[in-house]
Design a protein around this ligand. Structure first.
Ligand SMILES: Nc1nc(=O)c2c([nH]1)NC[C@@H]1CN(c3ccc(C(=O)N[C@@H](CCC(=O)O)C(=O)O)cc3)CN21
Ligand SMILES: CC(C)C(=O)C(=O)O
Length: 375
């Protein structure tokens, strides 16, 4: 019942051309909180563009995250550090056009929240220009003041501790965090402080499951959402391309719930083969034109001409006509075409016509001549 409430805001436009899925409740922060209070696991998935946004919508996830993994997964950069705020905003807008009902969040890109002032300005851009409903940022003690300031201005903030991909240069790679007592304690305290600073949720990434569970038990008022952090937390997040099986190097903690990459490659290979074999397109994949209109076209473009002439011109490749027209209406329409093109037609029809049997011209010419003789 909770999920059926609060059908407001962006959800009102969810029956547009872009979104054929049935109306579902617009996820709001209070609804996320309620899921948490009810002990229901929160589902979160990344999206990077309109199609993946639509998948979040139709698959009923609670939170769509335009993660800065966008940089690697979608844009081909080496790391998230290279992503700009403008690029992030551009992709948020696309995701938002497909993902209407889930809560829509964006990662603050690297270098856009080094001071509280900078963070406020850039988070406001993500909300105003990108259309997101909250931001996620990586960090512990060093971002607490920033989180306080953002939330004080009504900008919902999701924290992110443990493995922080934006620090991969300093960390020398993507390493599991919290595997010694000191590191685990630092992450634990960061989570506690993020809750106090006003974060509405915290992502914990690539830490031992028992540490994540400890954090989730200690953080009592907001959900702890795990990625590579085991099953003792309040929700899970994964990268959509890992879930679909289209990532080049999915992290060990992810699961490929399908092998969409293999399916896609097979499909595209089949397409290329069909084109090379002239097996694509087929008749049903082609457009037709009525015989009378085709006749008019041939007349108006002077294509009733001799075979030798025809062979000399490359513009005479003629599409086949498939649409059967009732003889009567064809004759009537042909007459109309003829009267408006009588002179040109007469000139052209006085010449020898391409005799090939399969050529629709042959049939059209005979109809045309029949009409001329009987009128
Ligand atoms: N496709 C994809 N999925 C992700 O989850 C993801 C990205 N890309 N890009 C941005 C960050 C980077 N992330 C990563 C990337 C690699 C590992 C990884 O391979 N970790 C190793 C352990 C490495 C070590 O401890 O030395 C592993 O075995 O999973 C983890 C998180 C998570 N994010
Ligand atoms: C995987 C999630 C948590 C993320 O931060 C990202 O996609 O960048």
């Amino acid at each position: 019942m909770q999920r059926m409430k609060a059908i407001t805001g962006r959800c009102m436009s969810s029956h547009n051309a872009a979104n054929k899925s049935p109306l579902r409740a617009k996820m709001t922060l209070p609804m996320i909180r309620q899921l948490y209070k009810d002990g229901k696991p929160i589902t979160m998935l990344t999206a990077y563009d309109f199609p993946t946004g639509r998948l979040c919508e139709s698959s009923d996830v609670d939170i769509t995250l335009v993660g800065d993994s966008l940089a690697q997964v979608c844009l081909g950069y080496d790391s998230t550090v290279q992503l700009t705020l403008d690029e992030m905003i551009h992709h948020c807008r696309a995701v938002g056009r497909g993902s209407k009902s889930p809560l829509l969040l964006a990662d603050m890109p690297f270098g856009t929240y080094f001071s509280p002032e900078e963070a406020i300005r850039n988070a406001a851009r993500l909300m105003r220009e990108g259309g997101v409903e909250g931001v996620k940022l990586e960090g512990g003690a060093e971002v607490i003041e920033t989180v306080k300031r953002l939330t004080s201005y009504g900008i919902p903030v999701m924290g992110h501790v443990g493995l922080m991909p934006q620090r991969h240069v300093a960390s020398g790679g993507y390493h599991v965090q919290g595997r010694n007592a000191k590191s685990a304690r630092t992450i634990f305290h960061a989570a506690v402080h993020l809750e106090r600073a006003g974060a509405f949720a915290i992502v914990v990434e690539a830490i031992p499951a028992v540490i994540a569970t400890s954090i989730a038990k200690r953080v009592q008022n907001i959900p702890v959402i795990g990625i590579g952090a085991g099953n003792g937390v309040d929700g899970q997040v994964l990268v959509v391309s890992d879930v679909l099986g289209i990532s080049q190097e999915p992290p060990k903690f992810s699961r490929q719930f399908a092998r969409v990459g293999e399916i896609a490659q097979t499909a595209i290979g089949s397409y290329a083969t069909a084109v090379r074999n002239k097996d694509f397109p087929r008749q049903a994949e082609t457009f037709s034109i009525s015989r009378e209109q085709l006749l008019g076209f041939y007349q108006q473009t002077g294509q009733f001409q001799t075979r030798s002439k025809a062979e000399g011109s490359s513009s005479l490749d003629r599409p086949s006509t498939e649409e059967p027209a009732a003889e009567e209406s064809l004759n009537r329409d042909t007459a109309a075409v003829e009267s408006s093109n009588e002179e040109a037609a007469t000139n052209n029809l006085s010449e020898e016509i391409d005799p090939r049997d399969e050529d629709p011209m042959v049939h059209l010419r005979s109809l045309f001549n029949k009409h001329k003789h009987t009128s």
